[in-house]
Design a protein around this ligand. Structure first.
Ligand code: SF4
Length: 292
């Protein structure tokens, strides 16, 4: 991977940025399994040509620093332990921040934005925690709970006082119980994903199906019913026909404004987008149209 330094930041910061491949050949990590298959394979195939800037990787550095500060080994804990289990010819791996062996609790440290907590968007952490629980279970350990200790990097005390939906403290804890049924479900997810990963490795770049809407962090197109002279929409609907019918019923001075959806990850967070035909054919075209 090519690491650029557009802001001419100090050498120490540049050195702290890792440009290492995340997965060894034949291995796939818990966090990689959360990505779309197309992103996983294109990132691997085009690694040498991918480009990122030091300034875009500072939160990753901060995350690493936070990890090394917070991981204290307790009497019955193990920390930063790599654990693995084979699925066919692929080895699934995970590096668990902390596992309290006595109580069967996995603890992971995260940095996140307040937005994530406000919208309750924890699907990725749930899956990550369950994959760790599955790895531990497959290696003979018991897991009862997953806990994510989250440092909110953009927390504001004044916003917390003003907004009832806003997290009260700059540290947020997301946790859930691990059940046998959920271990079975994650086992199915892991095996299906690994099977699809192996199948798609035989395909050319353009033949690999695009990542799913969830994996692309898609936001759907919305239709706002607007009234002349009013700043905010009367209603925002998912369905175009329903919005047009409402505007017609409300009568003169009402209209429908289209608020185009977006594939957030493709547009802003996928380093291999330059090699992805879905991005080139769909997302980039939309971006160019929106900017025109
Ligand atoms: S650009 Fe979008 S669809 Fe293509 S690999 Fe990246 S996330 Fe997946």
């Amino acid at each position: 991977m090519i690491i650029t330094n557009k802001l001419k930041l100090p050498e120490g910061l540049v050195k702290a940025v890792s440009a290492e491949r995340h997965n060894q050949p034949g291995c796939i990590s818990a966090t990689t399994l959360l990505q779309g298959i197309k992103q996983i394979i294109l990132t691997d195939r085009h690694w040498e040509h991918l480009e990122d800037d030091v300034s875009d990787r500072v939160w990753a550095i901060w995350g690493t620093a936070v990890h090394s500060l917070l991981e204290q080994e307790g009497e019955h804990d193990f920390t930063e332990q790599e654990i693995s289990y084979p699925v066919g010819d692929i080895t699934v791996t995970g590096r668990i921040d902390n596992y309290d062996m006595q109580n069967g609790i996995i603890c992971d440290y995260k940095t996140a934005s307040v937005w994530k907590v406000k919208v309750g968007d924890f699907g990725d952490w749930y899956k990550q925690g369950m994959i760790y629980a599955w790895l531990l279970a497959k290696n003979g350990f018991t897991v009862t709970k997953c806990r994510f200790i989250t440092l909110l990097k953009d927390h504001s005390k004044s916003e917390a006082a003003r907004d009832r939906q806003y997290p009260v403290n700059p540290v947020f804890v997301y946790e859930f119980d691990v059940t046998f049924v959920n271990l079975i479900k994650i086992d199915t997810f892991i095996r299906n994903k690994v099977r699809e990963y192996v199948r798609c490795q035989e395909l050319g770049d353009n033949d690999i199906p695009p990542c799913t809407p969830d994996e692309r962090w898609d936001k759907p197109t919305k239709y706002a019913v607007k009234k002349d002279g009013r700043k905010t929409a009367v209603r925002v609907l998912d369905d175009k026909e329903a919005a047009e019918a409402m505007a017609a019923e409300l009568g003169k001075g009402h209209s429908v404004e289209i608020r185009p959806g977006e594939s957030t990850k493709c547009q802003s967070y996928c380093l291999c987008c330059g090699f992805c035909n879905y991005y080139q054919d769909c997302v980039k075209v939309q971006d160019i149209k929106a900017a025109a």
